[in-house]
Design a protein around this ligand. Structure first.
Ligand SMILES: N[C@@H]1[C@@H](O)[C@H](O)[C@@H](COP(=O)(O)O)O[C@@H]1O
Length: 260
């Protein structure tokens, strides 16, 4: 696992956007797995900037969703499908045909989950999966004690996650209890994982993810099992890392050609 400590969220967004651009230059139709929440927004803004300035052509990119609420009506502005179409697909000038996501409105949720895992595999697998992290260490919507081998499935949100996400709804009562999320096993199949965490509120979860044991109690710690996982953190989110100086030295000495 590589840990990169950046000054702030903007710097993190720019670094990751450059990495995505490099991928798209190598592979025009790369499948990019995207996360929702506030943290990745600087990535999408920086990537849109690179596309608009002509630094990269993203017209062949394909976008895959990480997770989804169950039961929100079709087109609800806070469904993750709507969020990804609004924050990623439209700004990059892509069409809905380039987008893959699980169906949170399906009557048969289990079948929708299986169909999504199949669709990801048939699309050739995710090349680069972006991740945020919940204050309780969740990735996607894999809450603590999710199986590290899990596939895309329905999960129940913790009270804490519903409280954290209530800011996107009128009240906590409007935050669905149930979600579909790529499983941890599914996420680990992506060729490269990049987790971005910013702000002091994520410092404890980041420390446990990077320096704690691999444990279902901290789902993001499963990144330790991946051969190409990058954790990008700002100074505040890095504040509880014991090895912060080592991570800084390692990154400073990294050859330029290597990228993330
Ligand atoms: N399902 C999403 C996660 O993918 C995201 O990482 C998390 C943190 O969001 P934020 O970046 O807003 O803190 O929120 C939600 O739970």
């Amino acid at each position: 696992m590589e840990v990169v400590i950046v000054q702030d969220a903007t710097a993190g967004g720019e670094l990751i956007a450059e990495t995505i651009a490099a991928l798209l230059r190598r592979k025009r139709d790369a499948l990019l797995g995207v996360a929702t929440g506030s943290t990745p927004l600087p990535i999408y803004q920086a990537l849109t900037g690179l596309v608009k300035s002509g630094a990269v052509d993203a017209s062949g990119a394909r976008i895959a969703q990480l997770d989804e609420y169950v039961g929100l009506p079709q087109g609800h502005p806070e469904s993750y499908r709507s969020v990804v179409l609004r924050e990623v697909v439209a700004p990059l000038g892509l069409s809905e045909e380039s987008f893959l996501g699980p169906d949170g409105t399906a009557e048969d949720v289990a079948a929708a989950c299986e169909a999504y895992d199949r669709a990801l595999a048939e699309a050739g697998g995710v090349d680069l999966q972006l991740l945020g992290i919940g204050t309780d260490g969740h990735i996607g919507f894999n809450e603590p004690c999710s199986s590290l081998a899990s596939r895309t499935r329905i999960k129940t949100l913790t009270r804490q996650t519903r409280e954290d996400n209530a800011r996107f709804f009128d009240s906590i009562d409007d935050v669905p209890h149930h979600v579909i999320t790529q499983g941890i096993g599914t996420i680990l199949e992506a060729r490269h994982l990049i987790l971005l965490a910013t702000g002091e509120g994520k410092a404890e979860a980041v420390a446990q993810t990077v320096e704690g044991p691999v444990a279902a109690l901290v789902p993001a710690s499963a990144l330790q099992l991946h051969p190409h996982a990058t954790v990008v953190v700002d100074e505040a989110a890095a504040s509880k890392l014991k090895l912060a100086d080592y991570f800084r030295d390692t990154y400073a000495a990294k050859p330029d050609w290597q990228g993330l």
